[in-house]
Design a protein around this ligand. Structure first.
Ligand code: NAP
Length: 257
């Protein structure tokens, strides 16, 4: 891209406050940018910032031609309207796939940027040639950045999708029917061996301190046909999709895609 256009793709990373996990995630993303030859512009903001000011910062990055992609690290803090801040990201720079525009593209199976973690999950399933057509995919979790779009992408690939969440009754009976089980619960070791159908493909999207996922690996490993490791599975794929989409965004904005 640099040879063709003289421009290096640039990702703006916006971090509100100093939550240690968020600081680490942003640092990892910027390090991987540097390794891939992508510039990053870090925008640290105080946790005392208002929603209006945060939106202003993002609107200004959205109109800055030197910035090709924008990542607003989630979560931004309970006093802020995170959705308003996400929606201030110009759709063509939404390389983290968090805007309503990107969600609609995922939901309708249209071209657009995908949410990075679900996008990374689909990329992993493709790499391991997991056939999704007509298979029962169960997603445990329905958050806007992970569970919900993961289900949409699986549906777009002709899986029969069931969502489970905190109000689901009889969760284990549902997950035991899954050919593909995506754990996006945010609770360490939540999915155990008795929740898994023998031979199922288990995707562990969870991440907790100490490198523990949402799946209890000890009891699930021998039942699952395939299982993603934590760390080293969905996490690195999430960043890889972010980087790939940043390059795609730059190519589109520079008219060379
Ligand atoms: P979240 O916003 O807290 O959402 C958790 C989801 O799980 C919610 O939909 C919730 O249901 C559901 N849930 C909670 N307790 C449950 C229970 N007992 N039974 C059934 N469902 C339950 O979390 P998230 O942001 O989606 O993250 C989920 C996990 O993925 C976390 O471990 C996080 O660290 C990890 N993550 C990893 C990456 C990565 O790059 N690897 C990226 C993002 C997140 P309700 O909707 O009913 O509340």
């Amino acid at each position: 891209m640099r040879r063709r256009t003289g421009t290096t793709p640039c990702l703006a990373t916006v971090l509100v406050g100093d939550d240690p996990a968020s600081v680490t995630y942003v640092r990892m993303k910027r390090n991987r940018c540097a390794q891939a030859g992508i510039d990053s512009r870090h925008v640290p903001l105080p946790s005392s910032i208002t929603t209006d000011r945060l939106v202003e910062v993002i609107v200004s990055l959205s109109s800055d031609p030197k910035v090709h992609g924008i990542l607003l690290q989630h979560p931004v803090g309970p006093h802020l309207d995170e959705r308003a801040a996400f929606e201030a990201i110009a759709p063509q720079k939404d390389v983290d796939g968090v805007t309503g525009h990107s969600f609609a593209a995922m939901a309708f199976g249209r071209p657009g940027f995908v949410s990075c973690t679900p996008g990374g999950i689909l990329r992993l399933l493709d790499e391991y040639q997991v056939d999704l057509t007509g298979r029962h995919a169960v997603v445990v979790g329905r958050s806007a950045i992970l569970g919900r779009p993961a289900g949409m992408l699986l549906l777009a690939r002709d899986a029969t999708v069931t969502y489970c969440h905190s109000r689901t009754v009889g969760l284990s009976a549902i997950t035991r029917g899954a050919d593909v089980l995506v754990a996006a619960v945010g609770r360490p070791g939540f999915i155990t061996g008795s929740d898994v159908k023998p031979g199922a493909v288990v995707v562990d999207a969870g991440y907790h301190p100490g490198g523990v996922g949402d799946v209890d690996v000890a009891s699930v490993r021998d039942r699952a046909g395939l299982i993603t490791p934590v760390p080293g599975g969905v996490g690195p794929m999430t960043i890889a999709v972010l980087l790939a989409q940043t390059v795609q965004a730059a190519a589109r904005q520079l008219g060379v895609d």
